[in-house]
Design a protein around this ligand. Sequence first.
Ligand SMILES: [Zn+2]
Length: 61
Amino acid sequence: MTCGTVIGSKWEKYRKLVDGGKTPKDALDEVGLKRYCCRNFMLTHVDIIDEVAKYKIVSKK
Ligand SMILES: [Zn+2]
């Protein structure tokens, strides 16, 4: 699924950048993930987290 780059330490930094208003693309550039496989991995996880968040919001109503 990935090229072997350690994602874990970059993930938190990436999330902070996105939370701070960066686009996912800019955040990936900033944490140094240039390879497509790594970028795709991160973007896929963002989608999953966003979907889970939406579901939680809806289920509270
Ligand atoms: Zn990779």
